[in-house]
Design a binder for this molecule. Structure first.
Ligand code: ASP
Ligand code: MG
Length: 421
Protein backbone atom coordinates (compact mmCIF):
# COMPACT_ATOMS: atom_id res chain seq x y z
CA UNK A 1 0.00 0.00 0.00
CA UNK A 2 1.11 3.53 -0.80
CA UNK A 3 -0.22 6.38 1.31
CA UNK A 4 -0.78 9.82 -0.25
CA UNK A 5 -1.64 13.03 1.52
CA UNK A 6 -3.21 16.03 -0.18
CA UNK A 7 -3.37 19.22 1.89
CA UNK A 8 -5.86 22.07 1.82
CA UNK A 9 -4.14 23.94 -1.02
CA UNK A 10 -4.20 20.85 -3.26
CA UNK A 11 -7.99 20.58 -2.96
CA UNK A 12 -8.88 24.26 -2.72
CA UNK A 13 -11.18 24.40 -5.77
CA UNK A 14 -12.66 22.30 -8.56
CA UNK A 15 -9.60 22.59 -10.76
CA UNK A 16 -7.32 21.45 -7.93
CA UNK A 17 -9.57 18.44 -7.27
CA UNK A 18 -9.47 17.51 -10.96
CA UNK A 19 -5.69 17.57 -10.69
CA UNK A 20 -5.79 15.26 -7.65
CA UNK A 21 -8.00 12.94 -9.71
CA UNK A 22 -5.47 12.92 -12.53
CA UNK A 23 -2.63 12.06 -10.13
CA UNK A 24 -4.67 9.23 -8.60
CA UNK A 25 -5.48 7.85 -12.05
CA UNK A 26 -1.76 7.32 -12.62
CA UNK A 27 -1.85 4.81 -9.76
CA UNK A 28 -5.14 3.16 -10.55
CA UNK A 29 -3.65 -0.33 -10.64
CA UNK A 30 -2.00 -0.30 -7.24
CA UNK A 31 -3.43 0.09 -3.75
CA UNK A 32 -3.30 3.69 -2.58
CA UNK A 33 -4.77 5.12 0.59
CA UNK A 34 -5.39 8.84 0.20
CA UNK A 35 -5.60 11.20 3.16
CA UNK A 36 -7.12 14.60 2.41
CA UNK A 37 -7.36 17.87 4.30
CA UNK A 38 -10.28 20.24 4.32
CA UNK A 39 -10.59 22.39 1.19
CA UNK A 40 -8.66 25.65 1.14
CA UNK A 41 -9.33 27.73 4.23
CA UNK A 42 -12.27 25.65 5.46
CA UNK A 43 -10.71 24.79 8.81
CA UNK A 44 -10.20 28.46 9.66
CA UNK A 45 -13.80 29.18 8.69
CA UNK A 46 -15.05 26.35 10.89
CA UNK A 47 -13.03 27.79 13.75
CA UNK A 48 -14.86 31.07 13.16
CA UNK A 49 -18.20 29.19 13.21
CA UNK A 50 -17.24 27.68 16.53
CA UNK A 51 -16.46 31.09 18.03
CA UNK A 52 -19.86 32.42 16.94
CA UNK A 53 -21.52 29.32 18.30
CA UNK A 54 -19.85 29.68 21.68
CA UNK A 55 -20.63 33.40 21.74
CA UNK A 56 -24.25 32.53 20.83
CA UNK A 57 -24.02 35.01 17.97
CA UNK A 58 -26.74 33.57 15.78
CA UNK A 59 -26.53 36.05 12.94
CA UNK A 60 -22.83 35.54 12.30
CA UNK A 61 -23.03 31.82 12.97
CA UNK A 62 -25.69 31.25 10.32
CA UNK A 63 -23.97 33.60 7.93
CA UNK A 64 -20.60 31.84 8.19
CA UNK A 65 -22.15 28.37 8.00
CA UNK A 66 -24.03 29.45 4.85
CA UNK A 67 -20.88 30.85 3.26
CA UNK A 68 -19.09 27.60 3.88
CA UNK A 69 -21.99 25.58 2.49
CA UNK A 70 -22.07 27.75 -0.65
CA UNK A 71 -18.32 27.29 -1.08
CA UNK A 72 -18.71 23.49 -1.07
CA UNK A 73 -21.87 23.51 -3.19
CA UNK A 74 -20.14 25.70 -5.80
CA UNK A 75 -17.18 23.34 -6.03
CA UNK A 76 -19.49 20.33 -6.25
CA UNK A 77 -21.49 22.20 -8.90
CA UNK A 78 -18.37 22.46 -11.05
CA UNK A 79 -17.42 18.82 -10.55
CA UNK A 80 -20.79 17.07 -10.84
CA UNK A 81 -23.98 17.28 -12.85
CA UNK A 82 -27.10 18.29 -10.96
CA UNK A 83 -28.34 14.72 -11.18
CA UNK A 84 -25.54 13.63 -8.87
CA UNK A 85 -27.86 14.06 -5.90
CA UNK A 86 -25.73 11.99 -3.52
CA UNK A 87 -23.05 14.68 -3.17
CA UNK A 88 -25.44 17.60 -2.93
CA UNK A 89 -27.59 15.80 -0.39
CA UNK A 90 -24.54 14.94 1.68
CA UNK A 91 -23.43 18.58 1.73
CA UNK A 92 -26.92 19.89 2.52
CA UNK A 93 -27.47 17.40 5.34
CA UNK A 94 -24.14 18.11 6.93
CA UNK A 95 -24.66 21.88 6.95
CA UNK A 96 -28.24 21.48 8.11
CA UNK A 97 -26.96 19.56 11.13
CA UNK A 98 -24.27 22.13 11.75
CA UNK A 99 -26.87 24.90 11.71
CA UNK A 100 -29.12 22.98 14.08
CA UNK A 101 -26.31 22.86 16.59
CA UNK A 102 -27.19 26.43 17.45
CA UNK A 103 -30.46 25.35 19.02
CA UNK A 104 -28.90 22.56 21.04
CA UNK A 105 -27.21 22.75 24.45
CA UNK A 106 -23.42 22.97 24.26
CA UNK A 107 -20.94 20.78 26.07
CA UNK A 108 -19.07 22.46 28.87
CA UNK A 109 -15.69 21.66 27.38
CA UNK A 110 -14.80 24.06 24.59
CA UNK A 111 -12.26 21.71 23.05
CA UNK A 112 -14.90 18.98 22.77
CA UNK A 113 -17.17 21.29 20.76
CA UNK A 114 -14.16 22.37 18.73
CA UNK A 115 -13.55 18.84 17.56
CA UNK A 116 -17.20 18.16 16.74
CA UNK A 117 -17.39 21.29 14.54
CA UNK A 118 -13.93 21.73 13.08
CA UNK A 119 -13.59 18.07 12.02
CA UNK A 120 -16.32 18.52 9.41
CA UNK A 121 -14.08 20.10 6.76
CA UNK A 122 -12.22 16.85 6.16
CA UNK A 123 -15.45 14.86 6.15
CA UNK A 124 -16.78 17.07 3.34
CA UNK A 125 -13.63 17.17 1.24
CA UNK A 126 -13.03 13.41 1.42
CA UNK A 127 -16.63 12.63 0.49
CA UNK A 128 -16.62 14.99 -2.50
CA UNK A 129 -13.25 13.77 -3.74
CA UNK A 130 -14.22 10.12 -3.38
CA UNK A 131 -17.39 10.64 -5.41
CA UNK A 132 -15.42 12.56 -8.00
CA UNK A 133 -12.79 9.86 -8.56
CA UNK A 134 -15.49 7.15 -8.57
CA UNK A 135 -17.18 9.00 -11.41
CA UNK A 136 -13.90 9.06 -13.25
CA UNK A 137 -13.41 5.34 -13.19
CA UNK A 138 -11.36 4.69 -10.06
CA UNK A 139 -12.47 1.79 -7.90
CA UNK A 140 -12.47 3.90 -4.80
CA UNK A 141 -13.92 3.55 -1.31
CA UNK A 142 -14.51 6.21 1.33
CA UNK A 143 -13.08 5.39 4.75
CA UNK A 144 -14.30 7.17 7.85
CA UNK A 145 -11.31 8.00 10.04
CA UNK A 146 -13.80 8.61 12.87
CA UNK A 147 -14.14 4.83 13.02
CA UNK A 148 -10.50 3.98 12.36
CA UNK A 149 -8.08 6.23 14.21
CA UNK A 150 -8.61 5.65 17.92
CA UNK A 151 -7.41 8.35 20.28
CA UNK A 152 -7.72 9.35 23.91
CA UNK A 153 -10.11 12.16 24.81
CA UNK A 154 -7.53 14.95 24.88
CA UNK A 155 -9.74 16.96 22.55
CA UNK A 156 -8.10 19.28 20.02
CA UNK A 157 -4.71 17.54 20.37
CA UNK A 158 -5.68 13.90 20.82
CA UNK A 159 -3.10 11.14 21.37
CA UNK A 160 -3.26 8.07 19.16
CA UNK A 161 -3.91 4.58 20.47
CA UNK A 162 -1.69 2.73 18.00
CA UNK A 163 -2.73 -0.81 18.76
CA UNK A 164 -6.43 -0.09 18.59
CA UNK A 165 -6.05 1.99 15.43
CA UNK A 166 -4.04 -0.73 13.74
CA UNK A 167 -6.68 -3.34 14.61
CA UNK A 168 -9.53 -1.12 13.42
CA UNK A 169 -7.83 -0.17 10.16
CA UNK A 170 -6.79 -3.73 9.36
CA UNK A 171 -10.28 -5.05 10.05
CA UNK A 172 -11.86 -2.33 7.91
CA UNK A 173 -9.58 -2.96 4.94
CA UNK A 174 -10.37 -6.66 5.09
CA UNK A 175 -14.04 -5.92 4.57
CA UNK A 176 -13.42 -3.62 1.63
CA UNK A 177 -15.23 -4.19 -1.62
CA UNK A 178 -13.61 -6.56 -4.09
CA UNK A 179 -11.35 -4.76 -6.55
CA UNK A 180 -10.94 -1.57 -4.55
CA UNK A 181 -7.59 0.02 -5.20
CA UNK A 182 -8.12 3.54 -3.93
CA UNK A 183 -9.22 4.47 -0.44
CA UNK A 184 -10.06 8.05 0.40
CA UNK A 185 -10.11 9.20 3.98
CA UNK A 186 -9.76 12.27 6.20
CA UNK A 187 -6.67 13.74 7.73
CA UNK A 188 -6.70 15.47 11.11
CA UNK A 189 -9.46 13.47 12.79
CA UNK A 190 -10.04 10.39 14.92
CA UNK A 191 -12.39 9.17 17.63
CA UNK A 192 -12.47 8.24 21.29
CA UNK A 193 -13.44 4.86 22.71
CA UNK A 194 -16.91 6.36 23.33
CA UNK A 195 -17.17 7.26 19.65
CA UNK A 196 -16.76 11.04 19.91
CA UNK A 197 -14.81 12.78 17.21
CA UNK A 198 -11.36 14.12 18.10
CA UNK A 199 -8.81 16.17 16.19
CA UNK A 200 -5.05 15.72 16.20
CA UNK A 201 -3.97 19.37 16.25
CA UNK A 202 -3.89 21.99 13.50
CA UNK A 203 -2.11 20.89 10.34
CA UNK A 204 -2.44 17.33 11.58
CA UNK A 205 -3.27 15.68 8.25
CA UNK A 206 0.36 14.81 7.55
CA UNK A 207 0.37 13.00 10.86
CA UNK A 208 -2.79 11.12 9.87
CA UNK A 209 -1.02 9.93 6.72
CA UNK A 210 1.82 8.62 8.89
CA UNK A 211 -0.67 6.90 11.22
CA UNK A 212 -2.37 5.12 8.32
CA UNK A 213 1.03 4.20 6.87
CA UNK A 214 2.23 2.79 10.18
CA UNK A 215 -0.98 0.80 10.71
CA UNK A 216 -1.02 -0.66 7.18
CA UNK A 217 2.75 -1.23 6.94
CA UNK A 218 2.73 0.96 3.85
CA UNK A 219 5.62 0.81 1.41
CA UNK A 220 5.90 4.61 1.19
CA UNK A 221 4.16 7.89 1.93
CA UNK A 222 3.93 10.87 -0.42
CA UNK A 223 2.91 14.32 0.74
CA UNK A 224 1.78 16.27 -2.32
CA UNK A 225 2.51 19.99 -1.96
CA UNK A 226 2.47 23.22 -3.92
CA UNK A 227 6.27 23.41 -3.62
CA UNK A 228 8.81 21.13 -5.38
CA UNK A 229 9.69 19.33 -2.14
CA UNK A 230 11.38 20.29 1.10
CA UNK A 231 13.31 23.47 0.48
CA UNK A 232 16.12 24.87 2.57
CA UNK A 233 14.07 28.02 3.30
CA UNK A 234 10.55 29.30 2.86
CA UNK A 235 10.24 30.62 -0.72
CA UNK A 236 7.76 33.22 0.51
CA UNK A 237 10.58 35.03 2.29
CA UNK A 238 13.77 33.84 0.58
CA UNK A 239 15.08 34.05 -2.95
CA UNK A 240 17.21 31.25 -4.42
CA UNK A 241 15.91 28.47 -2.24
CA UNK A 242 17.42 25.02 -2.80
CA UNK A 243 15.68 21.66 -2.87
CA UNK A 244 16.76 19.17 -0.20
CA UNK A 245 16.56 16.14 -2.42
CA UNK A 246 17.65 13.49 0.13
CA UNK A 247 17.55 13.94 3.88
CA UNK A 248 17.34 11.70 6.90
CA UNK A 249 14.36 11.27 9.22
CA UNK A 250 16.43 12.90 11.94
CA UNK A 251 17.12 15.97 9.84
CA UNK A 252 13.47 16.23 8.77
CA UNK A 253 12.30 16.03 12.38
CA UNK A 254 14.77 18.73 13.42
CA UNK A 255 13.70 21.03 10.58
CA UNK A 256 10.01 20.47 11.30
CA UNK A 257 10.59 21.02 15.01
CA UNK A 258 12.44 24.27 14.40
CA UNK A 259 9.47 25.49 12.36
CA UNK A 260 9.93 24.48 8.72
CA UNK A 261 6.25 24.35 7.89
CA UNK A 262 6.46 21.77 5.11
CA UNK A 263 5.62 18.77 7.27
CA UNK A 264 3.97 18.39 10.63
CA UNK A 265 6.62 17.50 13.25
CA UNK A 266 4.75 14.42 14.48
CA UNK A 267 4.77 12.82 11.03
CA UNK A 268 8.27 11.41 11.02
CA UNK A 269 8.41 9.20 14.11
CA UNK A 270 5.89 6.52 13.03
CA UNK A 271 7.54 6.36 9.61
CA UNK A 272 11.03 6.16 11.06
CA UNK A 273 9.91 3.41 13.43
CA UNK A 274 8.91 1.22 10.49
CA UNK A 275 11.48 2.46 7.98
CA UNK A 276 8.79 3.77 5.62
CA UNK A 277 10.26 6.35 3.22
CA UNK A 278 8.52 9.72 2.93
CA UNK A 279 8.41 11.64 -0.34
CA UNK A 280 7.49 15.30 -0.56
CA UNK A 281 6.49 16.15 -4.11
CA UNK A 282 4.75 18.85 -6.12
CA UNK A 283 1.18 18.14 -7.18
CA UNK A 284 1.83 20.51 -10.08
CA UNK A 285 4.85 18.52 -11.32
CA UNK A 286 4.20 14.92 -10.32
CA UNK A 287 7.04 13.60 -12.48
CA UNK A 288 9.69 15.56 -10.60
CA UNK A 289 11.47 13.58 -7.89
CA UNK A 290 10.95 16.03 -4.99
CA UNK A 291 12.43 15.19 -1.60
CA UNK A 292 13.09 11.72 -0.23
CA UNK A 293 13.24 11.34 3.55
CA UNK A 294 14.67 8.05 4.87
CA UNK A 295 17.26 6.79 7.35
CA UNK A 296 20.45 7.55 5.42
CA UNK A 297 21.89 10.87 6.65
CA UNK A 298 25.03 11.27 4.53
CA UNK A 299 23.73 14.33 2.68
CA UNK A 300 22.20 16.20 5.58
CA UNK A 301 25.04 18.64 6.07
CA UNK A 302 25.44 19.64 2.41
CA UNK A 303 22.93 22.47 2.28
CA UNK A 304 22.33 24.95 5.11
CA UNK A 305 18.65 25.47 6.01
CA UNK A 306 17.07 28.69 7.25
CA UNK A 307 13.94 28.81 9.34
CA UNK A 308 12.35 32.03 10.49
CA UNK A 309 9.54 32.14 13.02
CA UNK A 310 7.98 35.57 13.19
CA UNK A 311 5.76 37.08 15.86
CA UNK A 312 7.50 35.51 18.83
CA UNK A 313 7.39 36.70 22.44
CA UNK A 314 10.54 36.48 24.55
CA UNK A 315 9.60 36.17 28.21
CA UNK A 316 12.21 36.54 30.92
CA UNK A 317 11.17 35.07 34.24
CA UNK A 318 13.03 35.68 37.48
CA UNK A 319 12.23 34.98 41.10
CA UNK A 320 10.45 37.78 42.93
CA UNK A 321 12.92 37.68 45.86
CA UNK A 322 16.31 37.38 44.12
CA UNK A 323 16.55 33.63 44.77
CA UNK A 324 17.95 31.24 42.18
CA UNK A 325 15.92 29.82 39.35
CA UNK A 326 16.59 26.28 40.52
CA UNK A 327 14.96 22.97 39.64
CA UNK A 328 12.07 23.62 41.99
CA UNK A 329 11.31 26.98 40.34
CA UNK A 330 11.71 25.44 36.87
CA UNK A 331 9.26 22.68 37.75
CA UNK A 332 6.69 25.32 38.75
CA UNK A 333 7.28 27.29 35.56
CA UNK A 334 6.99 24.21 33.33
CA UNK A 335 3.81 23.15 35.09
CA UNK A 336 2.23 26.52 34.27
CA UNK A 337 3.24 26.27 30.61
CA UNK A 338 2.19 22.64 30.38
CA UNK A 339 -1.22 23.07 31.94
CA UNK A 340 -1.93 26.09 29.74
CA UNK A 341 -0.81 24.16 26.65
CA UNK A 342 1.80 26.78 25.76
CA UNK A 343 4.63 25.41 23.65
CA UNK A 344 8.13 26.68 24.31
CA UNK A 345 10.15 27.28 21.14
CA UNK A 346 13.44 28.00 22.87
CA UNK A 347 14.68 28.38 26.44
CA UNK A 348 17.79 29.54 28.26
CA UNK A 349 18.65 29.95 31.92
CA UNK A 350 21.08 31.80 34.14
CA UNK A 351 21.29 32.04 37.93
CA UNK A 352 18.50 34.55 38.27
CA UNK A 353 16.66 34.39 34.94
CA UNK A 354 14.87 31.88 32.84
CA UNK A 355 14.01 33.01 29.30
CA UNK A 356 11.50 31.34 27.04
CA UNK A 357 10.28 32.07 23.56
CA UNK A 358 6.67 31.37 22.57
CA UNK A 359 4.40 31.95 19.57
CA UNK A 360 2.78 35.39 19.93
CA UNK A 361 -0.49 34.37 18.30
CA UNK A 362 -0.99 31.33 20.54
CA UNK A 363 -0.36 32.81 23.95
CA UNK A 364 -2.64 35.04 25.98
CA UNK A 365 0.02 37.13 27.73
CA UNK A 366 -2.16 38.66 30.40
CA UNK A 367 -3.46 35.34 31.62
CA UNK A 368 -0.01 33.72 31.49
CA UNK A 369 1.56 36.57 33.44
CA UNK A 370 -1.27 36.35 35.94
CA UNK A 371 -0.36 32.73 36.60
CA UNK A 372 3.36 33.37 36.90
CA UNK A 373 3.20 36.62 38.84
CA UNK A 374 2.57 35.49 42.41
CA UNK A 375 5.93 33.68 42.46
CA UNK A 376 7.92 35.27 39.66
CA UNK A 377 8.76 38.58 38.07
CA UNK A 378 8.35 38.70 34.31
CA UNK A 379 9.54 40.95 31.53
CA UNK A 380 8.74 40.38 27.91
CA UNK A 381 9.46 41.53 24.35
CA UNK A 382 6.78 41.07 21.74
CA UNK A 383 7.17 40.91 17.97
CA UNK A 384 10.62 39.36 17.89
CA UNK A 385 11.81 36.71 15.41
CA UNK A 386 13.47 33.37 15.91
CA UNK A 387 16.02 32.52 13.24
CA UNK A 388 17.34 28.97 13.09
CA UNK A 389 20.22 27.97 10.80
CA UNK A 390 20.94 24.27 10.37
CA UNK A 391 24.51 23.47 9.22
CA UNK A 392 25.56 27.05 9.70
CA UNK A 393 28.85 28.82 9.11
CA UNK A 394 29.92 32.39 9.77
CA UNK A 395 28.78 33.67 6.41
CA UNK A 396 25.27 32.21 6.74
CA UNK A 397 25.04 33.72 10.20
CA UNK A 398 26.11 37.14 8.91
CA UNK A 399 23.58 36.88 6.13
CA UNK A 400 20.77 36.37 8.65
CA UNK A 401 21.60 38.67 11.53
CA UNK A 402 23.78 41.51 10.34
CA UNK A 403 22.24 44.85 11.20
CA UNK A 404 19.72 43.20 13.55
CA UNK A 405 19.57 43.42 17.30
CA UNK A 406 20.32 39.97 18.79
CA UNK A 407 18.51 39.41 22.09
CA UNK A 408 19.61 35.85 22.68
CA UNK A 409 21.64 33.22 20.88
CA UNK A 410 22.34 29.50 21.12
CA UNK A 411 24.65 27.26 19.15
CA UNK A 412 25.17 23.56 18.95
CA UNK A 413 27.35 21.78 16.43
CA UNK A 414 24.64 21.66 13.76
CA UNK A 415 22.33 24.48 14.71
CA UNK A 416 22.59 28.18 15.46
CA UNK A 417 19.54 30.03 16.77
CA UNK A 418 19.03 33.73 17.24
CA UNK A 419 16.25 35.76 18.76
CA UNK A 420 16.36 39.03 16.89
CA UNK A 421 14.42 42.23 16.44
N1 ASP B 1 -7.47 21.00 7.95
C1 ASP B 1 -6.61 20.94 9.11
C2 ASP B 1 -5.93 22.28 9.29
O1 ASP B 1 -6.05 23.13 8.44
C3 ASP B 1 -5.63 19.84 9.05
C4 ASP B 1 -4.60 19.95 7.94
O2 ASP B 1 -4.84 20.62 6.95
O3 ASP B 1 -3.53 19.34 8.05
O4 ASP B 1 -5.29 22.48 10.28
MG1 MG C 1 -2.51 21.93 5.69
Amino acid sequence: MKVFKFGGASVKDAEAIRNVGSILLRFEHEPVLVVVSAMGKTTNKLEACLSYLLAQDQLNYYHTVDELRDFHVDIAGELFHDEHRKVFTFIDDLFEQLKNKFEKPLAEQRSFEYDQVVSLGEVLSSFIINEYVLEHGLKSEWLDARRLIRTDNHYQEANVNWEKSEALITARLETSIHNTNTYITQGFIGHTAEGFTTTLGREGSDYSAAIFAFCTNASEVTIWKDVPGMLNADPKYFENTQLLSQISYREAIELAYFGASVIHPKTIKPLQNKGIPLFVKSFLAPDEPGTTIQSEGGNDHLIPSFIVKKNQVLITISSADFSFINEDALAKIFEIFYSNRIKINLMQNSALNFSVLVDGDKVHMESLLGKLSPTFKCKYNEGVELVTIRHYNQSTINQMISGRDVLLEQRSRQTARFVIR
